[in-house]
Design a protein around this ligand. Structure first.
Ligand SMILES: [Zn+2]
Length: 401
């Protein structure tokens, strides 16, 4: 069994003896020591990284009380080595882990929330609570955690017997524990059994910033960052806000209002654009209908229009077909993409579902629809003009029967 020195007052270095060294197929080595300062992944906390003598350790795991270190070079069994965990990595993981304690402890005491999930990665930390919280409650929670960080109360660990454990009141009790049980009182606002590493006092967490919150399984998932992670995150947010403010030629505190104002203006312009396009398409439909080709008993319009969106092709077809006794085939090319729409008046029986197949075949496109209306698109190498003339001839022949 490996002695776990990382629990002793933020220990990150020790001397140890190599008990075993096993080669893996991927070229790495699993090294077992009699004692270690390198924290193995567990309890929601990521593994430390560090050095064991000259060998780089990228991950550690615990198996039945033994801690196996995944390393890049072998060590001799029996050799004495110096073990050094990366201090910046340990501090970062310890800050996130202790911050999670404080967030969970206060969410429990303030709002009766139970922590039902925790996830720590190199780039994000999340905690799941079983109850939904409003944005105001989450902001209040963030303030209370940071007030507790400023009070800087020490973290205490207390070892109790299983009998004593049954009688004490703590936020989270693990079940099925045997032997002496370690209870952690973190930052003056949380208490639970835990195997992670903890800041020696709340102040060492530095700051806790809530970065996101979303409804999750009937409760809430909160993303947060502590210490330098929080500072870096705030720096990035500040830079983004400055960039937006510069784009709007305003100050950062007025940037949100500027974005909302521009969004409202854009929505109003889109409504006005749609109104004017509708008027334009009315005129265009009338113009086209007057020049429609009479094919047997049915009138036909086959036209290539410039710069129309797919929905506008539909509007133009509708307006043409509203004239009655009409088959409308409207195409529009934007760069390499050709869009087309076919439609008939209610008093025409030719199937548009069939007609669109002919258009697809002519342009090598894809599309389909109903008997009264269909649409499609094709990717072209050049202009669709010549093919459009062929299509016109085909539609006229088809309608003449
Ligand atoms: Zn803990």
């Amino acid at each position: 069994m490996t002695a776990k020195l990382y629990h002793q007052n933020g220990c990150t270095q020790c001397d140890a003896a190599v008990l075993d060294c096993r080669a893996n197929a991927d070229g790495t080595f699993d090294i077992l020591l009699d004692r270690t300062a390198i924290y193995p992944e567990g309890g929601g906390q990521l593994s430390d990284t560090g050095y064991i003598g000259p060998s780089r350790c990228t991950h550690a795991r615990e198996e039945g009380g033994n801690i196996w270190h995944s390393c890049d070079r072998p060590l001799d069994i029996g050799q004495c080595v110096h073990v050094a965990a990366d201090e910046a990595v340990r501090l970062d993981h310890t800050q996130q882990h202790t911050g999670e304690h404080m967030l969970s402890g206060l969410a429990h005491s303030m709002f009766g929330c139970t922590n039902v999930g925790f996830h720590m990665a190199d780039d994000i930390v999340t905690v799941d609570f079983d109850k939904p919280l409003s944005a105001e409650q989450i902001a209040e929670l963030e303030l209370k955690v940071n007030e507790a960080i400023q009070r800087d109360e020490p973290t205490r660990t207390v070892t109790v017997t299983p009998e004593e454990y049954e009688t004490i009141e703590i936020r989270k009790k693990a079940k099925g524990l045997q032997g002496d049980i370690t209870v952690v009182y973190a930052g003056g606002v949380d208490s639970c059994t835990c195997c992670g590493t903890h800041c020696q006092s709340a102040g060492q967490v530095g700051v806790l910033k809530i970065l996101s919150h979303m409804n999750y399984k009937g409760g809430v998932r909160i993303g947060f960052a502590c210490g330098m992670r929080a500072v870096l995150s705030m720096q990035r947010d500040g830079a983004r806000m400055d960039a937006i403010a510069r784009r709007f030629s305003t100050s950062a505190d007025k940037a949100v209002d500027a974005v909302i104002k521009q969004g409202d203006e854009l929505a109003a312009m889109k409504r006005e654009f749609k109104r004017r396009t509708d008027i334009l398409l009315d005129y265009r439909a009338k113009e086209l209908a007057e020049k429609a080709k009479l094919c047997g008993k049915t009138r036909a319009v086959v036209t290539m229009e410039e710069g129309l969106e797919a929905n506008e092709l539909g509007f133009l077809c509708e307006k043409l077909c509203a004239c009655g006794n009409m088959v409308a085939v409207v195409l529009s090319q934007k760069d390499e993409m050709l869009s087309y729409r076919v439609a008939r008046s209610a008093d025409v029986s030719v199937s548009m579902r069939e007609l669109i197949q002919a258009v697809n075949a002519l342009f090598g496109g894809k599309g389909g629809g109903r008997d009264d209306s269909a649409q499609g698109s094709a990717k072209l190498n050049g202009s669709a003009k010549d093919s459009a003339e062929q299509l016109k001839a085909y539609v006229y022949r088809r309608l003449k029967g």
